[in-house]
Structure formats: structure tokens, C-alpha cells
Write a new protein. Structure first.
Length: 278
């Protein structure tokens, strides 16, 4: 079981970090309406009752008539397949003729329309839902859509892991290079490098240039000249309808990200990253 939640919900992030979280939610998914005695027989760890109460207070677990069950909706592989089947004949088939830049532009316009705030929900272990990550400032953003788990090429994913105080092995090399660098400062340096590369000029050597090469945002051609390896979009060239509501339901968010996931897996080998110039 995984919980998908708005990153602004910091109290949920804290609960997620507890090693008991996945064990408890998996148990309640398999065993509906259990008693406290059943739970304490399954979880004898010190502090479990306090953790259980915190989950109840956050609305993740419901207690009714001395019985306990999950308090959020759970979406399964069948729900994912229903979303994909519904859109397969209308939208997804059109991506066969799209370039990676076209797909990035589609993603960018879609991501602008979905509200950043949404109701939390669970996904079952048979759902491989994409992680959408972003690191940005007022001039530049780097986005990624990733269904591969922690990926050493996922630069926005590195910063998302830092926000959650995670240190996955996939980011160990990048972590040794830039550490817990301030995002604003990092993007300022990276923006300068990318702007020079786009103008055909050589950037000076730095850990930021190394980070861009290490994550395959940049590469060198046969003339030893740096080239941007991922698509680059301009916000001025995008057209989208602004979403009026500032909050989405768990079902609408799941449906949208399921579609993003299918496109990513089917047409982008599970990982896609792009630069947006604002």
C-alpha cells in the first residue's frame, strides 16, 4: 500500500516516515473492521497505540464501534485499468506519432490544469502510479514523470527526496556532489548554464555543470560541446485553460495520474524529464 497525498500536508508526511505505516495499512487492507486486540496482537512494537491514535486523528484510519478500518479510498489495478481502457481509443493512440517534445508539451499543459491540492488516497501494491516531480524558481522549472521508482537521472526527484528527508541509494552520487543545496540557488546556477548551452556557448566547469551531466540533462557531442539532452519548452508557447477549482477529489486526481502513468510507461520507457523556461 502507498498513500498519495498533497505535499503541503506535512503531518501526513511525518506519519509516512514511520516504519509501521505500510505494515499497518497493508494489514487493514487485508483485514477489514478489526478490533484493537487484533491490532495489538499483530503490532506489539512500543509506541504503536500512540501511532494508531495519530493515524485516526489524521483521518487515515477510522474507528467506529470499537472496530478499525482504513479511512481513505483505495484504488487498485482494476481501477487503473478502467481509466486506461476508457481513454485508450480516444487519446492514447494519438501518442504513437508524438515526439518526446510533443509529449512533454502535452504533459505540461495537463499539469497546469490539475490542482496542486487534492484529497489523499491509498493505492494498492498492484498499481504502478507515476511520481510527478518539479523543482522550480521564477525563471526556470525542471519537471519529471517517473514510473521507475528512485531514478538517478531524476533531478526533480532528488529534490523531492530531500524534502521528505529520504536518502535513496539511487541519489547517493548526486548527494555527495551537491548535498542539501538550496533549491533557489541551485536553479539560479543551473539556469545560467542552460541559457549558455542554448545559445551555443560553453559553460564554465562547476559542480552544477557536473550535476547536469550526471543526471543526463546535458551531454557532450563529438565536438566536445555541451548540448541539452532533454526537451526544452517555453511557457510563452503553451496554451491551456486555467482550472477554476483549487482542489481535486481523490478519484479525479487518481484518474489524471493514471493517464500520465500509462503515457509514461507506454511511450517514454517509464521516465520523462523536461525543462520549462518561464
Amino acid at each position: 500500500m502507498r498513500m498519495i497525498h498533497d505535499n503541503k500536508q506535512r503531518e501526513l508526511t511525518q506519519l509516512l516516515r514511520n516504519p509501521l505505516f505500510s505494515q499497518l495499512t497493508d494489514f487493514l487492507y487485508e483485514n477489514q473492521n478489526v478490533t484493537l486486540r487484533q491490532l495489538t496482537q499483530q503490532f506489539s512494537e512500543k509506541g504503536f497505540i500512540k501511532f494508531l491514535e495519530s493515524c485516526i486523528e489524521a483521518g487515515l484510519i477510522l474507528r467506529e464501534e470499537r472496530r478499525y478500518r482504513l479511512g481513505l479510498p483505495v484504488f487498485t489495478g482494476s481501477d487503473y485499468q478502467e481509466v486506461v481502457t476508457h481513454t485508450q481509443k480516444t487519446l492514447l493512440e494519438g501518442f504513437e506519432t508524438y515526439s518526446l517534445a510533443d509529449i512533454c508539451q502535452w504533459y505540461q499543459q495537463q499539469l497546469y490544469q490539475i490542482p496542486e491540492s487534492f484529497a489523499a488516497y491509498f493505492i494498492a501494491n498492484d498499481v504502478n502510479l507515476a511520481q510527478v516531480n518539479k523543482v522550480s524558481n521564477e525563471k526556470l522549472a525542471i519537471w519529471s514523470v517517473n514510473t521507475q521508482g528512485f531514478n538517478s537521472r531524476d533531478l526533480p526527484g532528488y529534490f523531492e527526496a530531500n524534502r521528505q528527508l529520504l536518502e535513496p541509494a539511487a541519489f547517493s552520487q548526486l548527494g555527495r556532489l551537491v548535498g542539501d543545496v538550496d533549491e533557489e540557488y541551485f536553479l539560479g546556477q543551473v539556469g545560467w548554464i542552460i541559457s549558455r548551452v542554448l545559445r551555443g556557448k560553453q559553460p564554465r566547469s562547476s559542480i552544477f555543470l557536473t550535476a547536469l551531466c550526471q543526471t543526463e540533462v546535458l551531454s557532450k557531442d563529438f565536438n566536445n560541446t555541451y548540448q541539452l539532452k532533454i526537451p526544452c519548452l517555453s511557457e510563452n508557447n503553451l496554451v491551456w485553460e486555467t482550472e477554476n477549482n483549487k482542489f481535486s477529489t481523490s478519484k479525479s486526481h487518481f484518474s489524471a495520474v493514471s493517464l500520465y502513468s500509462e503515457v509514461c510507461q507506454k511511450y517514454c520507457s517509464g521516465f520523462l524529464e523536461w525543462v520549462l523556461i518561464k
